[in-house]
Write a protein of this length. Structure first.
Length: 537
């Protein structure tokens, strides 16, 4: 039988069970002592449940911490991203591969105080250029958003070309033509970029430098040009190096030891495509000790020595030891001569092969598309960015027309494109004087306002033939132009009209009949004067 309930405990309540190992029984008036001793071990089911809860709590904490880190990174990237203000930026088109992010080198740069540089980077294969003589070029670039190809268009203000427009089977010279047609300034100039699209053409200009400086002053390698592969069989000097077409990085280059190897190479080149457009060059093989690459970026010069480790006869392929060497005065003079070709180049380079006997041979020149090498690539890119920013500061001009008080200026216009007389580039023409009108009774006719000829009109309006091309009747309101020339009278003729009218206005008051007669005489004189200016009316 269960024990009787304790005093003060309800009869229906369950009795409280406790184990007490104390010395004596606590008095009834005292509060019950807490149980002492070791509790019973936790069951295996509860252990697994507590472990699962612990893992879930750790997972949730890690998830929350990762979300907070990701949110902070996104917020920081958003804060670092440049916010372009409408009508307060210039667009820079960079043509290069995706291995280099050029936007970070222009972040934070300003033109004319508060104009940002917006970088649009793409490869030649991802853009198309449509140019108009009036509106300039429009570049359409393909972008991928969520796996979908989306095309968007913009107008570039400046172009930086770091990718070769032509290499092997790819040929994007039409893009260069479109940018040149639109008059977009660039580094290097589009004229020099287009001149570098055929290596034999560049080598012919190097030959001109050698004729002027001498073989010792400009040691250019001997080279023979063949317009098509069928003519290669005439060559008899071996060992030699065959270079087919316009390629970069040692591609389409073969080492020929004898006539048999030449025949095999000529057959391969002829069967690769239309041999009528595949020219070839052959030059003697140089047993190279190492090669030297000389580069010029603005006023910064560097020279690198490249020596093959794998034993490849192509010093620009395979593993190689690269070392920056001291730039000698001879190397500097060579690259300076290269930079003056094709109207001048801000970024250019030169490749030199040093034979084992110590003799040097200049083998090729390169423009702004040469690959950066060495540990100073970041420095070289920043120097290119400084060069581009300086050129954009000079050639990119914001429009001076204001849309209203306190508003931002309109979209920028490139100065090289605004040199032609357009509506945006020319200053507003002051209104022309209205033609003379009959004066009311009792008053002289109005005196026309005297204006000076428009800029550029002096000399074109001095002859009678130029004046006769103007419309027969003068416009009574607003300025008018004929072939871009403002219709103004000569200064002497305008002064004659003004003086004749002013004399009428200075006469003393007369009667009504005399005023009418004087007005008729004045109109006759004005008709004769205008007839002499504009022809018979």
């Amino acid at each position: 039988m269960p024990p009787p309930p304790a005093p003060g405990q309800p009869a229906g309540a369950a009795p409280e069970l406790s184990l007490s190992f104390g010395a004596g029984k606590a008095p009834a008036t005292a509060a019950p002592a807490p149980p002492r001793g070791v509790s019973a071990p936790t069951s295996p089911a509860k252990s697994r449940e507590s472990l699962l809860q612990r893992v879930q709590s750790l997972t949730g904490a890690a998830r929350d911490q990762g979300a907070s880190i990701l949110g902070a990174a996104v917020q920081s990237a958003t804060q670092r991203a440049p916010a372009f203000t409408k009508d307060k930026y210039f667009t820079l088109l960079v043509l290069d591969d995706q291995n280099t992010d050029w936007s970070k080198y222009f972040r934070g740069r300003r033109l004319h105080g508060d104009f940002d540089i917006r970088v649009e980077q793409a490869e030649f294969r991802d853009i198309t250029v449509v140019s108009s003589a009036d509106t300039g070029p429009v570049v359409t670039m393909a972008a991928y958003r969520s796996g979908t190809r989306v095309a968007r268009s913009f107008r570039p203000d400046f172009v930086l070309i770091r990718q070769p427009p032509r290499d092997g089977s790819s040929d994007f010279r039409s893009t260069i033509l479109g940018l040149k047609y639109g008059g977009v300034p660039s580094i290097n100039s589009l004229h020099s970029i287009y001149q570098f699209q055929d290596k034999p053409w560049v080598f012919s200009h190097l030959l001109q430098l050698q004729r002027r400086l001498g073989r010792d002053g400009f040691p250019l390698i001997e080279q023979t040009f063949f317009p098509n592969p069928r003519d290669l069989f005439q060559f008899t000097k071996f060992p030699s190096v065959l270079k087919a077409g316009h390629c970069h990085g040692g591609v389409a280059t073969a080492r020929l030891e004898n006539q048999s190897a030449l025949q095999d190479a000529a057959g391969l080149v002829s069967g690769a495509g239309n041999d009528s457009h595949c020219y070839c060059t052959i030059e003697p093989y140089i047993d190279a000790k190492f090669s030297v690459h000389i580069q010029k970026i603005g006023n910064n010069y560097k020279a690198f020595m490249r020596k093959s480790i794998t034993g490849n006869w192509k010093t620009n392929q395979g593993s190689a030891m690269l070392e920056q060497i001291t730039l000698t005065e001879k190397y500097k003079s060579w690259v300076d001569e290269i930079s003056e070709l094709f109207g001048g180049m801000e970024v250019c380079g030169l490749s030199v092969v040093v034979a084992k006997d110590g003799r040097e041979y200049i083998i090729s020149a390169c423009d702004s598309t040469f690959a950066l090498i060495g540990d100073s690539q970041e420095e070289d890119r920043r120097q290119i960015a400084d060069l581009v920013s300086g050129r954009m500061q000079n050639v990119c001009r914001p429009s001076m027309a204001q849309t209203g008080p306190g508003k931002l200026p309109s979209r920028s216009s490139v100065s090289s494109r605004a040199e032609s007389p357009t509506d945006e580039g020319m200053a507003p023409t002051p209104p022309l004087p209205a033609g003379p009108r009959p004066a009311p009774m009792g008053g002289p006719p109005p005196i026309p306002e005297r204006t000076s000829p428009a800029v550029g009109s002096i000399g074109r309006l001095s002859s009678r033939s130029s004046i006769s091309e103007l419309p027969e009747e003068p416009s009574s309101s607003g300025p008018s132009t004929v072939g871009g020339v403002r219709r103004d009278s000569q200064t002497s003729q305008a002064s004659t009209i003004s003086s004749s009218v002013s004399r009428v206005g200075q006469r003393p008051p007369q009667t009504q009949s005399s005023v009418v007669e004087d007005a008729e005489d004045t109109m006759k004189n004005l008709r004769k004067t205008f007839a002499g200016i504009f022809g018979d009316m």
